[in-house]
Ligand binder design. Structure first.
Ligand code: GDP
Ligand code: MG
Length: 740
């Protein structure tokens, strides 16, 4: 009696948890052929028979708008599972039953696992299981996947279904006079042409035509173009009619009627509230203010500003400690290691490179803590809700907000999960526009770049400048999205339902875990990838060294200086390290020697591989205010954005020879000629917009299904960044703004 069964349900209904509870260790994960949607399979053994269980991707619908939906539907049709366990979140019944209704319309052999019963109970929601089962004509088993409650009943029910397949006819919902009439007409044609009726009910196929389902339509065209055109003509007639009379596409009417059907089921005594609806009411009251059309955005900006203020103010102290530790390490190596390549690599490559990145750990940690607080309390959901209206204007979708926020919309995310989160977007065009623009957000790796520049040049207005950067990145992302949706990815928008979960008081433990997870990821990256790249860039900045003739020139200059000084002063330089104990002639000599050494270091850096690349780029990058050292750092940033900071650290430390003058990188930058607040602003703008880091590009290619979009985002973004940075720098220079 070996059989395959499928688990299906909305995202977050508890599928994976139930799947793990049922299959234990007997499972494996792969991808569905041809798409990147994850496929989990496992075995449940019952009385020596194997039941193969497949965890289908989470979907809200079975119309082939997204890859997940397509996969779920194809699996149901092609593999013909003997039973489908539809996991329904009991605490969110109405929304979840939308998918259930579609299974019933397909005539699939269904069994409902009514999951999250504990949550429903805690909220005081009581569900009449027998009544629900009767009205939906489907077995319903209450479960709590997390504890395994109801698991055995569910399996017995499934086995019963496998042994005795249910033969209930597909559900037929009325979609109103116009659509119903057309469906009957189309059904007749479909049956006459024997189109797919072996696999799907004829009415369901008609319904898919009405819902504009690309996949079914193209199957129809392949089967018989005339026949398909006939069906499309009927759909067109109805669509014109509903647009004229109701100002609504048939798709939307169909969704309305499905929800209407579900509501009518639920209202027949299925749900009873016997609790304090208090929490919900308080939530509603807060929402009236927080998502108010006028007050909402102001509150949002105020909250984000406070987040930045909190972060910058309180992270400064532990940030100083970390810098202190790396400074001490650097001094230790300086004093105990013989001069040479190893010393240079450890100080300039490892300590200054990685130290520059690690110095921001406290800041990142504080920022992540604030973000976790906003996320866990439920406030982020409000932000998404509020911004939905605005996003539509720019050809995006309410769900795009989540992708932006994950990518660092409120600073400190990462574009990789952000781009992957676009999977929840149904329309491929909105999805593409979102995943191409999400990398403009201020991810955790760009944060140190901004923090460095802000500390060096805008120390009095740190929070305000961070807010400005956030606004620029959002405005830029939205405008680029609009531009893309008007040019390369034109097309209709999809309708969207968004809900607001009740506010929760976050637990300290939860916040601490979230903060630590993200911080640890950052530290790990600094210790591995960034360390590697930092050493490679150090090598590129060190080799090839100056040609012998050049070095000798500097050696000669040094010798000449020494020859012109008293032997006692030379002796002091070698024997006394403390400046305050040196005599005046010794100090003067030291100063001159330092000048020679830093000229030599600069000549060597320019002569190096990276220096040559940077110097070659300088004539162009000068337009945006960047010198050749910055060019090197920005090139390094293609690999990972933290590298911008570590490379600036290395580049400026290689040219830095007097250990007594060594300050933090931001002090060095602030004191360097050629740097001004305007340069910093231009560099920040460039950093916001230029090519995503290499990992993100790989993910963009994977998620968009084409390397072309990866190439596009690298070229387009860099060009855009350069144009914007140049504009800011040139206009600023012309007006004499922020010139230092
Ligand atoms: P999926 O997206 O459908 O695969 O959902 P998951 O299995 O990943 O579950 C989403 C979240 O809900 C996880 O944090 C689970 O631990 C939690 N969860 C799953 N089932 C239950 C349940 O019955 N009760 C409660 N309280 N939480 C659950
Ligand atoms: Mg899952």
């Amino acid at each position: 009696m070996d059989a395959t069964i499928a688990l299906a349900g909305n995202p977050n209904a508890g599928k994976t948890t139930l799947f793990n509870a049922l299959t234990g260790a007997r499972q494996h994960v792969g991808n569905y052929p041809g798409v990147t949607v994850e496929k989990k399979q496992g075995i449940y053994i019952h009385n020596n028979t194997e039941i193969q269980i497949v965890d289908l991707p989470g979907t809200y619908s079975l119309t082939a708008y997204s890859p997940e939906e397509l996969v779920a539907r194809d699996f149901l049709v092609n593999e013909k599972p003997r039973a489908i366990i539809n996991i329904v979140d009991a605490s969110n019944l109405e929304r979840n039953l939308y998918l259930t209704v579609q299974f019933k319309e397909m005539g699939a052999p269904l069994c409902i696992a009514l999951n999250m019963m504990d949550v429903a109970e805690k909220r005081g929601v009581e569900i009449n299981i027998r009544q629900l089962s009767k009205l939906m004509e489907t077995p319903v088993i209450p479960t709590v996947a997390r504890t395994g409650r109801g698991k055995n009943e569910l399996i017995s029910q499934v086995i019963e279904m496998i042994q005795k397949p249910p033969d209930a006819p597909p559900l037929e919902i009325s979609y109103g006079k116009d659509i119903d009439g057309a469906l009957i007409e189309m059904e007749r044609e479909i049956k006459r042409n024997h189109f797919l009726i072996e696999t799907y009910p004829a009415r369901w196929i008609a319904l898919k035509y009405m819902e504009d389902d690309e996949q079914i339509k193209s199957l129809g065209e392949d089967a018989d173009a005339n026949f398909s055109a006939l069906l499309e003509a009927i759909v067109k007639r109805i669509a014109d009619h509903t647009m004229a009379t109701l100002d609504c596409y048939p798709e939307a009417l169909i969704a309305d009627h499905r929800y209407g059907y579900i509501r009518s089921v639920i209202q027949q005594g299925i749900v009873k509230y016997n609790h304090d609806r208090n929490r919900l009411e308080i939530s509603d009251k807060i929402d009236k203010v927080v998502t108010n059309r006028f007050a909402g955005p102001l509150i949002m900006v105020a909250i984000i500003f406070s987040l930045y203020h909190f972060t910058f103010t309180y992270s400064a102290i532990p940030g100083g400690w970390v810098e202190g530790v790396f400074g001490w390490l650097s001094g230790l190596v300086q004093a105990n290691l013989a001069d040479g390549l190893l010393k240079s690599m450890i100080i300039s490559g490892v300590i200054d490179g990685v130290g520059g990145v690690m110095g921001f750990v406290p800041l990142i940690m504080f920022m992540f803590f604030g973000i976790a607080l906003l996320e866990d309390s439920g406030y982020f959901a409000r932000v998404a809700f509020m911004l939905d209206r605005i996003f539509r204007i720019f050809g995006l979708h309410g769900s795009s907000v989540m992708a932006y926020i994950l990518s660092g919309g409120i600073a400190g995310g990462c574009a990789v999960p952000g781009v992957m989160a676009t999977r929840t977007l149904k329309s491929p065009r909105e999805r593409l526009a979102t995943l191409l623009t999400a990398p403009f957000m201020s991810c955790g790796a760009k944060l140190p770049v901004f923090a460095l520049l802000v500390a060096a040049f805008f120390a009095d207005n740190e929070a305000a400048i961070m807010l400005l950067i956030t606004l620029i990145s959002w405005a830029g992302a939205l405008l680029v999205a609009k531009f893309l949706r008007m040019t390369v990815i034109k097309g209709e928008a999809t309708p969207f339902v968004m809900e607001l979960p009740p506010y929760r008081l976050p637990t300290f433990k939860g916040l601490a875990i979230h903060t630590w997870e993200r911080t640890w990821q950052y530290i790990k990256k600094a210790g591995t990838i960034i360390l590697g790249i930092s050493i490679i860039l150090w090598a590129m900045m060190t080799f090839p060294g100056l040609p012998d003739a050049e070095s000798q020139k500097y050696a000669k200059m040094r010798n000449e200086l020494k020859a012109a000084t008293l032997p006692a002063a030379i002796h002091e330089i070698d024997s006394i390290r403390d400046n305050s104990k040196r005599s005046a002639p010794a100090l003067a000599l030291q100063k001159q020697l330092n000048t020679v050494a830093s000229r030599e270091a600069e000549a060597a850096l320019r002569h190096s591989l990276a220096g040559r690349i940077g110097t070659a780029m300088e004539p162009i990058s000068r337009l945006a205010g960047f010198d050749w050292r910055t060019d090197i750092a920005l090139l390094g940033g293609f690999a990972a954005k933290e590298v911008v900071v570590s490379t600036l650290g290395t580049a400026y430390s290689l040219g830095q020879v007097d250990p007594d003058q060594a300050g933090s990188l931001s002090e060095i930058l602030a004191g360097s000629p050629g740097w001004s607040p305007l340069t910093a602003l231009s560099l920040m703008i460039f950093t916001i917009f230029y090519a995503p880091c290499s990992v993100t590009v790989v993910i963009i290619i994977r998620e968009s299904g084409s390397w072309k979009w990866g190439a596009f985002s690298m070229l387009f973004n860099t060009l855009l960044a350069f144009v914007l940075a140049t504009a800011v720098y040139q206009v600023g220079t012309a007006l004499g703004l922020m010139s230092g």
